[in-house]
Design a protein around this ligand. Sequence first.
Ligand SMILES: Nc1ccn([C@@H]2O[C@H](COP(=O)(O)O)[C@@H](O)[C@H]2O)c(=O)n1
Length: 259
Amino acid sequence: MHNVKTSIRFLGTGDSMGVPRVYCSCGVCSEARTTGHNRRLRSSILLRRGSEELLVDCGPDWRGQMEARGQRMVGNVLITHAHFDHIGGLPELADLCRWTDVQPDLYAPQEVLAIIRRQFPWVEGRLRFVEVESGMEMLGWSVTPFRVNHGKNGYSYAYRFQQGDIAWVYCPDSIALGEAEKRHMQELQLLILGTSFYKEEAEFHTRSVYDMEEACELVAELAPEETWFTHMSHDIDLNNLPELPEGIRLAWSGLELFL
Ligand SMILES: Nc1ccn([C@@H]2O[C@H](COP(=O)(O)O)[C@@H](O)[C@H]2O)c(=O)n1
């Protein structure tokens, strides 16, 4: 298994409302309803290595994401935080488990599992809840969770995946990271970072996710080899890409990276 690559597939790259936003008729939302380049489901990635699979986040678009891939089951599941756009698909996954009699592991830090228990008490039992406080081995990677600032929405978790001297981080929801958080994001081959708007004008205390200008500053500081932005709102038009520094690109559903 040493040289087996891990596939990282984006199942969704949208912010909490997805694109199009139901209430909105802006150019990006209108395009998303037609040709669909900008159609973005709620953010999630699917990792695969050999026969093993790990879904990272299971939002309310999970069912459609599975159908779009013709996929009938997922392996285990890892959750970044217990906000609806990241866990809204869990009840449907639990129903699938009931009917197929499979019981995947659901990994998350204890405080995240506690909220999931409160929101969806019937899910435990169908999925096996496993606390990941200090880290664990998954798909041949050492996975380390670290708590990140999520602004007005509290805290989320990001995950660092390490295999020898190869490392990457998935951090879909964060803002204004401090030094302790950034220490987990050093020497990366790949950074997947959530950024909702290009330039967010809302007052800082009302915000929860980096905008692209701020995210570019963070990336300049961390200097990963490659960066992909995800968790993008209807402010971002994939048909009219913003100018970004070399090495930073915008992800789309179906994009597959290999590490
Ligand atoms: N306690 C909360 C607060 C918010 N939510 C949901 O999370 C999303 C927040 O979106 P971001 O822009 O900050 O990523 C949104 O869907 C809220 O409904 C929640 O579930 N629990």
